[in-house]
Design a protein around this ligand. Structure first.
Ligand SMILES: [Ca+2]
Ligand SMILES: [Ca+2]
Length: 174
């Protein structure tokens, strides 16, 4: 009986934390490529196309979906950050399950750390992060939803190549 009494607060705390996590927002967004859905892709090369899909959002509901600079902390009630320049802002309606299939959201990725947000247009406040919205967040580079790998500068490659060539030529000499 004592054991049960000891366990009870732990179980209650766990249940409360689950409720808190679930109350944060709805469903999930996945960054992916045209070849990979429904699997998630979180690492992209510069110039690559980025796609997004949604799972478990409000059914038959319109969302605006766009890429933002990685937010380390998404807090309910905060204003939604602006769209990253050069990305595609999508107006998407979910199906009866609250899902939407892949849509291209960036035609030419630029190095950096990013999140994706879906702002519900039919519930909650437009332009504010609330429980009817959804995120692609916290999966790579600590808190980013996806990451575009920086290109190695051409200058660095040339210097390395020159060193390697010089090394080879030296070794060939008698
Ligand atoms: Ca983030
Ligand atoms: Ca992601």
């Amino acid at each position: 009986m004592k054991k049960i009494l000891l366990l009870l607060p732990i179980v209650m705390l766990f249940a409360m934390s689950c409720v808190l996590v679930q109350a944060n927002d709805i469903g999930t967004l996945r960054s992916t490529t045209v070849a990979n859905p429904p699997n998630e892709v979180n690492l992209f090369n510069p110039g690559q196309e980025v796609y997004v899909l949604g799972l478990g959002l409000l059914p038959n509901t319109w969302y605006d979906v766009w890429i933002v600079v990685d937010q380390p902390n998404w807090i309910l009630g905060m204003p939604l950050p602006p769209q990253v320049p050069g990305t595609i802002r999508l107006a998407i309606r979910t199906d009866a399950m609250g899902n939407f299939p892949i849509n291209k959201i960036w035609a030419f990725a630029v190095p950096g750390q990013y999140d994706i947000v879906a702002d519900c247009q039919q519930a909650g406040a437009i332009g504010m992060y609330d429980m009817f919205d959804s995120l692609d967040d916290f999966e790579t580079q600590v808190t980013a939803g996806f990451f575009v790998i920086p290109q190695v500068p051409l200058g660095t490659v040339m210097v390395l190549f020159a060193c390697f060539a010089a090394f080879c030529i030296r070794r060939k000499k008698p």
